[in-house]
Design a binder for this molecule. Structure first.
Ligand SMILES: [Cu+2]
Length: 226
């Protein structure tokens, strides 16, 4: 009997890997996949950590790391307030690029925009939920703005050099992160609870998922685009 059962399990596994005589059905791509169980320990309590990737080749080949993905808690913090940082967030213009390209800041926090280029730039920003502006800047100048209402994302452009773009996610809480060159991101300090978490990329779009953060360990998420 045991042999028979083992045979059935093997047959099911074989069937799953050769379904339809070709590759298995494509996984649902509208939702990030949970990572395979592995030897990697879960993140520390209060942490949502993971990696954003672009799956250019068929699994199990690894995905390419995807930087500039804005990952944030979208729901689950309603009614809570968090102290506002006094330090400004910096948006610089260097060699005809906004630096950083994607960033987060708090509603009401100061955004200091600077330029290191000798050429003139014109920072053009037209949010939906907040007042916009359209301001000329020369190297060495700086200006300060803030957005009082949460808005994900706000686009910054230079009207003179159209390749210059930056995106800001404005939130009323501090639980957001941007994936780095290796695709990795980490949100820290979340209280235990159920959350809706979202990921945004300027070309690849939005992913959302629900998760529960336990008291004793964090959660790993795999933000996979294809
Ligand atoms: Cu410019």
């Amino acid at each position: 009997m045991r042999k028979l059962l083992a045979g059935v399990v093997l047959a099911l596994v074989a069937g799953a890997t050769s379904c339809g005589g070709g590759s298995p059905p494509a996984p649902e791509t509208d939702h990030p996949r949970s990572p395979e169980p592995s030897a990697t320990p879960p993140p520390s309590p209060g942490v949502i950590a993971g990696r954003a990737g672009l799956q250019l080749r068929e699994p199990p080949l690894p995905s390419e790391p995807l930087p500039h993905v804005f990952v944030y808690v979208k729901e689950g913090l309603e009614g809570r307030t968090f102290p506002l940082p006094k330090e400004p967030v910096l948006l610089d213009q260097v060699n005809f690029q906004f630096v950083p390209h994607v960033f987060g800041l708090r509603a009401g926090q100061t955004l200091r925009i600077t330029s290191q280029d000798t050429s003139q730039h014109n920072v053009f920003c037209q949010p939906f939920n907040n007042p916009g502006f359209n301001l000329s800047m020369f190297g060495g100048e700086s200006l300060e703005k803030s957005f009082l209402k949460p808005e994900v994302m706000i686009l910054f452009q230079c009207n003179i050099h159209h390749i210059m773009k930056a995106y800001a996610g404005v939130l009323d809480h501090p639980f957001f992160a941007v994936s780095g060159p290796d695709g990795r991101f980490e949100i820290q300090g979340l209280p235990p609870g159920r959350y809706k978490v979202a990921a945004w990329h300027e070309l690849m779009g939005i992913r959302e998922w629900d998760l529960e953060l336990a008291r004793d360990h964090g959660v790993t998420v795999d933000v996979s685009y294809r």
